[in-house]
Design a protein around this ligand. Structure first.
Ligand SMILES: [Zn+2]
Length: 154
């Protein structure tokens, strides 16, 4: 039992030292006391020390920019489409379009999907669901009109 306690204490000391070092490098002048106290007092906080460190790194970046750096290509396109088409309601579409153009991905985001079957006539530009109907709104996305599968979304 004493060995288990010593091993636990050893791991906590190592994690706390690594946390302090990484925190000093990532957030110069930042407050480390709360994070260190949390690691020392709770094994669950020690396990999640990397999450605590990385949380602030991307807090100020737009989710599309973070997705472009962190996600697989498929996931990035899903995230970018959702933010691009939702941005119409938030007046952010222009900024997202500039970003996507700068990384050369705007055409990928706006490109229609390949038809799942020859009967498919339309798709949702936001979620890429495909429909047999020629017009109307997407069932899953609020106020998003379906587009012909041959058309590029506007
Ligand atoms: Zn949709």
């Amino acid at each position: 039992m004493a060995r288990l306690g010593s091993a636990r204490l050893g791991f906590i000391v190592i994690i706390a030292a690594e946390f302090a070092s990484a925190s000093r490098a990532l957030y110069p002048g930042g407050d480390r006391f709360a994070g260190l106290a949390s690691i020392v007092l709770s094994p669950f906080s020690a396990i999640r020390a990397c999450v605590a460190l990385s949380r602030g790194l991307m807090a100020l970046d737009h989710p599309v920019a973070v997705a472009s750096a962190m996600c697989s290509d498929e996931t990035f396109l899903v995230v970018a489409r959702r933010f691009y088409f939702d941005a119409d309601r938030k007046d952010e579409r222009g900024d997202i379009e500039i970003f996507l153009r700068s990384i050369g991905r705007l055409d990928d985001v706006l490109q229609p999907p390949r038809p799942e079957t020859v009967e498919m006539r339309s798709f949702c530009p936001r979620c890429h669901s495909q429909y047999l109907k020629s017009n109307g709104d997407c069932v899953d996305c609020q106020d998003v009109a379906v587009q012909p599968l041959s058309a590029r979304p506007t």
